[in-house]
Design a protein around this ligand. Structure first.
Ligand SMILES: Cc1ncc(COP(=O)(O)O)c(C=O)c1O
Length: 451
């Protein structure tokens, strides 16, 4: 498109008017849909529209508004959100207390000067030191999960002077070039290789970790950090076997490697505790946070570490900086999120609602064994495993036609995740279960063709 400032001026005004409108006419709604599809194709990425994640094949489900555990498309059709923004909406869509904190902060100051002391960052860092286990007393705030993982990697390199990382098969840590090294799927990594020095070992296999650490020690390519998701999210909701995290802690200590827990998806109450590692009582050296940390309203992540991994960074704080990370509005959102999680005891709610779902979905798996194999996970970080690669997709499509949003996992195509906002009501869960039963019945008729 040729440069055309006049059209840009007129179009930006038009869109600002649209944003400000409380109600749209049918004509305006149709125009937004047509514009969105056209601009997405011409200026975002035509490939994405074809991607099967878009269960709305007629393109009419342009999302427009949300609250609690639901969102509505531009025509007002309401969907129950069983995907939860891939783990973003723990406190629900636009929780009023997050919105209040954000708008009040916005009315005072949006972005900090970068030069003086911005107070909300300090309050948030203190709060994070109170909700994380053990001696994780320091925080660096980022803008996303992948940046949090990058930060953990740099801190581990500084603390150990080493450059070799060990990750797990099935891991997903993000897609910036550092974190992408830890992400395990060849399809995401191959076009960008060589990445940093990463080895991948089977998840949950403590012997493999011991072998890798000891071989690296022998060869001199010593390990800076073992980076692991206590529950693999994109790998298909795989929970670390009992004792695995504790054994990894011991081995990391033995070989002088840092232990990094990526709780970007499993953190902030989703699994029934504030962090999944709280179940095992294991304290890492570094923890990566993101997704739900900003209350589903602001993007913010965190690199959280102990004194040992922070020491070199304190000597030279310019080794890792960011313009927007930890800005006052994002910090206000994260502070409100922590307050809500504790006031509403959302971790406990997640655990109870998760147990309820596991029980009901397990019964459905017995009823439709040709389609649904099992459900696994903890709290509201659950995965339904299907009998074939295409069966899960067919069920997602059926569910979408019954006004339920759900999606697969990035690395394991047999698994649909169940990660609704933790505030979801039992009535909404039952609506999901009813739609799931109908969808499984519909797909069961097609199942032989899908395998
Ligand atoms: C465990 C984990 N780590 C890191 C990331 C990357 O986060 P982001 O997409 O915010 O960069 C994700 C995203 O799905 C994740 O699930």
């Amino acid at each position: 498109m040729a440069q055309d400032l006049e059209t840009a001026q007129a179009k930006s005004r038009e869109v600002l008017e649209l944003i400000g409108k409380k109600k749209l006419t049918q004509e305006e709604r149709d125009k937004v849909i047509a514009d969105s599809v056209r601009y997405w194709t011409d200026h975002v990425n035509a490939g994405f529209l074809k991607y099967r994640k878009s269960v709305s094949t007629d393109y009419t489900a342009v999302e427009w508004e949300d609250n609690g555990a639901v969102f509505r498309d531009i025509n007002g059709k309401e969907f129950i959100d069983m995907l939860g923004g891939y783990g973003v909406y723990n406190v629900g869509h636009r929780h009023p207390r997050v919105l209040k904190a954000v708008t009040e902060q916005l009315e005072r100051q949006a972005i900090h000067s970068q030069e003086l002391i911005d107070p909300l960052r300090t309050y948030l860092a203190y709060l994070v030191s109170l909700i994380t286990p053990g001696d994780l007393n320091y925080s660096f705030f980022s803008n996303s999960g992948t940046e949090s993982v990058e930060g953990c990697m740099k801190m581990a390199m500084l603390a150990t002077g080493r450059k070799h990382f060990v990750g797990t098969v099935g891991a997903f840590h993000g897609k910036t070039l550092g974190a992408l090294g830890g992400t395990s799927k060849a399809m995401f990594r191959e076009p960008f290789m060589p990445l940093l020095n990463w080895s991948h070992i089977p998840f949950g296999d403590i012997k493999a970790l011991e072998t890798t650490l000891s071989c690296a020690d022998f060869s001199g390519d010593r390990v800076a950090a073992f980076v692991v998701e206590p529950i693999q999210g994109e790998g298909g909701i795989n929970v670390a076997p009992p004792g695995y995290l504790a054994a990894a802690r011991e081995l990391c200590d033995k070989y002088g490697a840092m232990l990094v827990f990526d709780e970007v998806q499993s953190g902030m109450g989703r699994t029934g505790k504030m962090f999944y590692c709280d179940y095992e009582g294991v304290v890492p050296d570094l923890m990566a946070l993101g997704k739900a940390f900003g209350g589903g309203v602001m993007p913010i992540g965190a690199v959280v570490g102990n004194e040992k991994v922070w020491a070199k960074y304190v000597e030279n704080p310019f080794l890792h900086t960011t313009t927007f990370g930890g800005n006052p509005v994002a910090c206000a959102a994260a502070i409100a999120t922590i307050s809500i999680l504790l006031d509403e005891d959302l971790p406990k709610q997640a655990r109870e609602k998760g147990d309820y779902l596991i029980d009901k979905v397990t019964q459905l798996a017995k009823q439709f064994p040709d389609v649904l194999s099992k459900i696994r996970g903890v709290g509201l970080m659950l995965g339904m495993e299907f009998t074939g690669n295409d069966t899960g997709y067919a069920v997602a499509k059926e569910l979408f036609s019954r006004n339920i949003l759900i999606s697969g996992t990035y690395i394991n195509s047999r698994v649909l995740r169940v990660e609704p906002p933790l505030v979801i009501s039992y009535e909404q869960i039952d609506m999901f279960l009813k739609a799931l039963e109908e969808s499984l019945a519909a797909v069961s008729k097609l199942a032989p063709a899908l395998k």
